[in-house]
Design a protein around this ligand. Structure first.
Ligand SMILES: C[C@H](O)[C@H](O)[C@H]1CNC2=NC(N)=NC(=O)C2=N1
Length: 101
Protein backbone atom coordinates (compact mmCIF):
# COMPACT_ATOMS: atom_id res chain seq x y z
CA UNK A 1 0.00 0.00 0.00
CA UNK A 2 1.26 3.49 -0.78
CA UNK A 3 2.05 5.65 2.20
CA UNK A 4 2.18 9.00 0.43
CA UNK A 5 0.15 11.81 1.97
CA UNK A 6 -3.19 12.33 0.23
CA UNK A 7 -4.08 15.80 -0.99
CA UNK A 8 -6.87 17.73 0.71
CA UNK A 9 -9.03 17.14 -2.40
CA UNK A 10 -8.36 13.37 -2.34
CA UNK A 11 -9.26 13.25 1.35
CA UNK A 12 -12.51 15.16 0.78
CA UNK A 13 -13.43 12.94 -2.19
CA UNK A 14 -12.82 9.75 -0.23
CA UNK A 15 -14.72 11.05 2.80
CA UNK A 16 -17.80 11.44 0.56
CA UNK A 17 -17.85 7.63 0.28
CA UNK A 18 -17.59 7.21 4.06
CA UNK A 19 -20.64 8.78 5.70
CA UNK A 20 -20.00 9.50 9.37
CA UNK A 21 -16.26 9.94 8.89
CA UNK A 22 -14.71 13.39 8.92
CA UNK A 23 -11.36 15.11 8.94
CA UNK A 24 -10.44 16.23 12.44
CA UNK A 25 -7.18 18.12 12.27
CA UNK A 26 -4.72 15.77 10.59
CA UNK A 27 -6.75 12.59 11.22
CA UNK A 28 -9.84 10.93 9.85
CA UNK A 29 -12.29 10.05 12.57
CA UNK A 30 -15.65 8.55 13.37
CA UNK A 31 -17.64 7.70 16.49
CA UNK A 32 -20.12 4.81 16.78
CA UNK A 33 -22.92 4.10 19.25
CA UNK A 34 -23.75 0.53 20.24
CA UNK A 35 -26.47 -1.19 22.21
CA UNK A 36 -24.36 -1.86 25.30
CA UNK A 37 -20.90 -1.66 26.80
CA UNK A 38 -20.29 -5.31 25.98
CA UNK A 39 -21.30 -4.78 22.33
CA UNK A 40 -18.94 -1.81 22.09
CA UNK A 41 -16.12 -3.82 23.68
CA UNK A 42 -16.66 -6.71 21.26
CA UNK A 43 -16.37 -4.30 18.34
CA UNK A 44 -13.11 -2.94 19.77
CA UNK A 45 -11.69 -6.46 19.80
CA UNK A 46 -12.82 -7.01 16.20
CA UNK A 47 -11.22 -3.71 15.17
CA UNK A 48 -8.00 -4.72 16.93
CA UNK A 49 -7.93 -7.90 14.83
CA UNK A 50 -8.33 -5.89 11.61
CA UNK A 51 -5.68 -3.40 12.69
CA UNK A 52 -3.14 -6.12 13.37
CA UNK A 53 -3.97 -7.71 10.01
CA UNK A 54 -3.41 -4.37 8.23
CA UNK A 55 -0.51 -3.39 10.51
CA UNK A 56 -2.25 -0.04 10.84
CA UNK A 57 -3.68 1.12 14.14
CA UNK A 58 -6.14 3.81 15.11
CA UNK A 59 -6.48 5.68 18.35
CA UNK A 60 -9.53 3.91 19.71
CA UNK A 61 -11.51 5.18 22.68
CA UNK A 62 -14.08 2.97 24.37
CA UNK A 63 -16.92 4.68 26.23
CA UNK A 64 -19.93 3.13 27.95
CA UNK A 65 -21.73 2.25 24.72
CA UNK A 66 -19.66 4.29 22.29
CA UNK A 67 -16.38 3.99 20.57
CA UNK A 68 -14.39 6.65 18.76
CA UNK A 69 -11.65 6.06 16.23
CA UNK A 70 -9.17 8.45 14.72
CA UNK A 71 -6.25 7.57 12.52
CA UNK A 72 -3.43 9.01 10.47
CA UNK A 73 -0.15 7.58 9.22
CA UNK A 74 2.92 8.25 11.30
CA UNK A 75 4.77 6.37 8.54
CA UNK A 76 3.89 9.39 6.37
CA UNK A 77 4.78 12.03 8.92
CA UNK A 78 1.32 12.12 10.45
CA UNK A 79 -0.52 12.72 7.16
CA UNK A 80 -3.70 10.97 6.02
CA UNK A 81 -2.94 8.21 3.50
CA UNK A 82 -4.69 5.43 1.62
CA UNK A 83 -3.95 3.11 4.53
CA UNK A 84 -6.14 5.20 6.82
CA UNK A 85 -9.01 4.92 4.38
CA UNK A 86 -8.46 1.19 4.00
CA UNK A 87 -8.80 0.82 7.76
CA UNK A 88 -11.89 3.04 7.79
CA UNK A 89 -13.49 0.93 5.03
CA UNK A 90 -12.79 -2.27 6.90
CA UNK A 91 -14.33 -0.89 10.09
CA UNK A 92 -17.39 0.28 8.14
CA UNK A 93 -17.79 -3.26 6.76
CA UNK A 94 -18.03 -4.80 10.22
CA UNK A 95 -20.05 -2.01 11.89
CA UNK A 96 -23.54 -3.23 10.80
CA UNK A 97 -22.84 -6.72 12.16
CA UNK A 98 -22.14 -5.16 15.54
CA UNK A 99 -25.29 -3.03 15.42
CA UNK A 100 -23.10 0.07 15.45
CA UNK A 101 -24.47 3.35 14.13
C1 LIG B 1 6.54 -0.54 11.80
C2 LIG B 1 5.06 -0.52 11.50
O1 LIG B 1 4.82 -0.87 10.17
C3 LIG B 1 4.48 0.84 11.73
O2 LIG B 1 4.77 1.30 13.03
C4 LIG B 1 3.00 0.91 11.45
C5 LIG B 1 2.15 0.28 12.53
N1 LIG B 1 0.84 0.89 12.67
C6 LIG B 1 0.60 2.12 12.21
N2 LIG B 1 -0.55 2.73 12.45
C7 LIG B 1 -0.79 3.95 12.02
N3 LIG B 1 -1.98 4.52 12.28
N4 LIG B 1 0.09 4.63 11.33
C8 LIG B 1 1.28 4.12 10.99
O3 LIG B 1 2.06 4.80 10.35
C9 LIG B 1 1.57 2.82 11.45
N5 LIG B 1 2.71 2.25 11.16
Amino acid sequence: MPTEPLSQKDIEDRLLELPGWSLEGDRIARAYRLSSHFAATAMVVHIAQIQDELNHHSDLTLGYNTLALSVNSHDAGGAVTEKDFELAQRVEQIAPGHGAS
